[in-house]
Design a protein around this ligand. Sequence first.
Ligand code: XLS
Ligand code: NI
Ligand code: NI
Length: 433
Amino acid sequence: MSDTIFSSFPTIRFEGPGSDNPLAYRHYDPDRVVLGKPLKDHLRLAVCYWHSLVMNGSDPFGAPTIDRPWMHGEPMAAARAKADAAFDLFRVLGVPFYTFHDRDVAPEGAGLSETLANTREMGEYLGRKQAETGTRLLWGTANLFSHPRFMAGAASNPDPEVFAWSAATVKTALDVTHALGGANYVLWGGREGYETLLNTDLKREIDQMGRFLSLVVDYKHKIGFQGPILIEPKPREPTKHQYDFDAATVYGFLKHFGLERDVKLNLEENHAILAGHTFEHEIAVANAFGIFGSLDINRGDPLLGWDTDQFPNDAPQLALAFYQVLKGGGLTTGGLNFDAKIRRQSIEPDDLVHAHIGGIDTCARSFLTAAAMIEDGRLAAHVADRYAGWDRPDHAAAGHSLEEIAAAAEARAIAPKPRSGRQEMLENLVNRF
Ligand code: XLS
Ligand code: NI
Ligand code: NI
C-alpha cells in the first residue's frame, strides 16, 4: 500500500487518564474486562466512511473546504486510494469496524449496470483490505437519496422505475455487505417522506415502502444473510415529514407489514433529539418492543434545529443512553458507529484523528459509568420497588375483566396513597458515578 495522509500517525494507544499525549486514549482501554468481557467487544466501535472520507465541508452557503487526494482523478482509481486511506485511518484509531454507503466506496457509473459493477468491484477491493488488516464491516447500506433520481423518494417514489432502480441498488449493496461478512444491513429512508400532501398519496407511499422492505427481507433469507436488517428512524431533514419518524413510529410500520421479527433499529442520537426525544428514550422504546439493533453515535447542537452530526463529548448524557443499552442486554450484532463529522473549518487530517479520539474516549467513559450503575444495582432496585405492588399475585388489578376489577376496588374502598417519585434523589445517585 502506498503512503496515505494518515501514514505518519502512530496507532493510538491507551495511556490512562493521567496522560498528556493528545494522540492517546485516556479511557478507551480495549482489553479492560467490564461486566465479563473486554471493552472493545462491548462497544464495537466503527468509523463511518461518508463523514470521514467523503464529506468535503461544503454547506448550503459555501464551497468545499476539505480537500483530500482521493477527491480528484479517475473515479475508480480515486475510490481505491480512498479505501487505502480509510483502512489506514482504521489502523491509526485501532477500531474493529467500519460502515459505508455504496456510493461512498464506489462511484456512480454511466448507467445502472456500470454503477452496480463499480459497487461489486470495490466490494472485492474492500474484502482484500479487510483480509489484510482484520478490520470488519459493522454494516453496509445504499445511498438512495443523493442523486436527483431519488428527489421524490426511493421506494416511495411516484415512479415505479425509481422503485426498481432502488431495488437493484439495494440488492447489490446487500450482496456486497453479505460477501464482506457485514454484521447488519441498514436502510435509512433519506427521501422517504414528503413536503406537501398537495402532491402526495401518503397511503400509497407507505404501502410501497412496506412492499420494498418485505422484498429486502425475503432476499436476505434467500441469500442466507444472518444479520438483521436495520431501519434508521429520523423525523425530518431532508424531507419535512419523514415516514420513519422515530422508534415507536417504525415499530407501528413494521407491525402493520408483519416485519417486526426480521427488522430492527439503528438509532441515532441526533435523530432522537430532532424527534423531540432523548437518545435513552429511543433505546428504551426499541428494547420494549424487542427491536433494538445498533447505534449511530453523534450529538446535535442544542441551539441548532438540524442534524449537525457532531462527535459526542457529553459523557454524563451518553451514560444514560448506555445504561438503557446494558439493561436491554447490550450490543449484540450492533455497534457504535461514528455517524459524526468534523466541522467545516477542521480541514487537516489530524482534526479527524482528534475527533475520533475524543468520541471514542467519551464512549468508553460513558460506558464505564453505565456499567458501574448496573453493577451497583441501586437504580434498578428503586425502579423494581416502585412497581413492587404488581408482583403480588393478588394485587388490586388482578381481576380478569373490567367489572371484576371494578367490583373488587369498590369492595376494598382503599384510597391509593401517592408516593414520591424520588427524581432528585435518583439524579444525585447517578451523579455519584
Ligand atoms: C443521515 C443518516 C445517515 C445514515 C446512513 O442523517 O444518519 O447518515 O446513518 O444512511
Ligand atoms: Ni445515521
Ligand atoms: Ni444523522
